[in-house]
Design a protein around this ligand. Sequence first.
Ligand code: GLV
Length: 329
Amino acid sequence: MAHRPSVFVSRQIPEKAIEMLASHFDVDVNREDRALSADELRVRLQGKAGLACLLHDRVSENLLASVPTLRIVSNVAVGYDNIDLTAATRQGVMCTNTPDVLTDTTADFAFALLTAAARRVVEADGFVRAGKFTEFKIDLLLGQDVHHATIGLIGLGRIGRAMARRCRGFDMRVLYHQRHQLDRDEERELGVTFATKEQVLSLADFLSLHVPLTPETRHLIGAAELALMKPTAILINTSRGAIVDELALVDALTTGRIGGAALDVFEQEPQVHPALLGMSNVVLAPHIGSASHATRERMATLAAENCIAALTGQRPPNLLNPEVLIARA
Ligand code: GLV
């Protein structure tokens, strides 16, 4: 029998994806319920041709250099800031992600966070559970209206657009900022208006972030940006924690510079700044933007498809560094 390539799966993922991989390759899965350290990952990867990994696995230049057999890194995530793509490309290692399949699920969750923060859903739940609901009160747990409010979207890629559609469904005014303005037809179809970053920051009742984490977007929202926001504004982050300077955010929330925040991602995940834990105007979630049963399974099977294509001589559907193929041709 011809030699079957080996693939390492860094963490338990939906079994359907593991079965797909196992029908082509020898598969080694980290079945422990924890992320591996960099050293453990390096050791387990020895001799492997493929890696299916999650966003907490750092695929560094060092790791790549220590596994010369590696040909594909298949991230089970749309974001790939955990991978040193330049180093991978230099070493001829294909890298893939899982776009599209999680777009609507993530936008659903961003909108859920928005409404939860605006209408104080988490506080209300705690109130009832604590036995404090003794009578209807006209001024109990008053929040902010979502409908007809202004939302600022930073980034209008796939997830940003899906968020814009949800916001338009709630009759919100949607302003957006990103490097490139969409063409007028697209803007009209989505019902969105381009504005400068400063305008978006100062006009938004809600600000939602939808950009990938890159050296350019790290701390895109810092003290100066928070200072431009309305004192009632609510920041929603479902992208990556480091887009926001978390210390500056804690300061802005502590001093009442902004009204609240709804955060699914943090700068030093899984650590959360302790001050955030005590703030009633902050809604917190453990990076679950794409966490529906169907979407997590689809992400894992798409990652398996990418890996299978790469190791069977086909172009992976979500190849991030096609230069690798050109260099080989
Ligand atoms: C999740 O954060 C992802 O990038 O898919």
